[in-house]
Design a binder for this molecule. Sequence first.
Ligand SMILES: C[S@@+](CC[C@H](N)C(=O)[O-])C[C@H]1O[C@@H](n2cnc3c(N)ncnc32)[C@H](O)[C@@H]1O
Length: 159
Amino acid sequence: MEVIYRPIGVIHTSFNSVEEMPIQPTSDVSGPGVVEVFPEFTDALRDLEGFSHIYLLYHFHKVRQSQLMVTPFLDSKPHGIFATRAPSRPNPLGLSLVKLVRIENHLVYVDGVDVLNETPLLDIKPYVPEFEHTHDIRIGWLEQVKDKIRSQRPDDRFG
Ligand SMILES: C[S@@+](CC[C@H](N)C(=O)[O-])C[C@H]1O[C@@H](n2cnc3c(N)ncnc32)[C@H](O)[C@@H]1O
């Protein structure tokens, strides 16, 4: 079975190359962005402004090949791709929890963005802490490297 999605918009950021860009929204250098939702989807944004944070789901459009094992930016050892947030996935889907600043018509202004400029947007969902199981959390191999999350920069590995 093949699944084909069409973008519902484009994420505009100041990051035009991977050098110096953030590896996650909680990075020191994550920044503002504008999520341009195509005008035909404007009605779908109604009532979103009441939420402080939203999930952006998007296509890592610059990934050229997928990998099953990857050495992530935060480690020097390889891990299964599903145990990482690396972009070079079998389905190159990205997920970022960002701060919602304001909405003007079909433009959603956000902060804490970690994606390349012109990334195709697939979906937006509101963040609702009550919907998430956020207790008894384990973070696997990342426990050893979590102090690096804010300062780590990507290299040029798109995979
Ligand atoms: C480690 S991923 C994390 C993205 C998201 N927070 C997630 O967990 O799915 C972030 C990195 O993906 C890469 N990246 C961001 N946007 C991309 C795009 N549109 N195509 C390919 N790679 C991208 C950059 O190297 C960036 O530092």
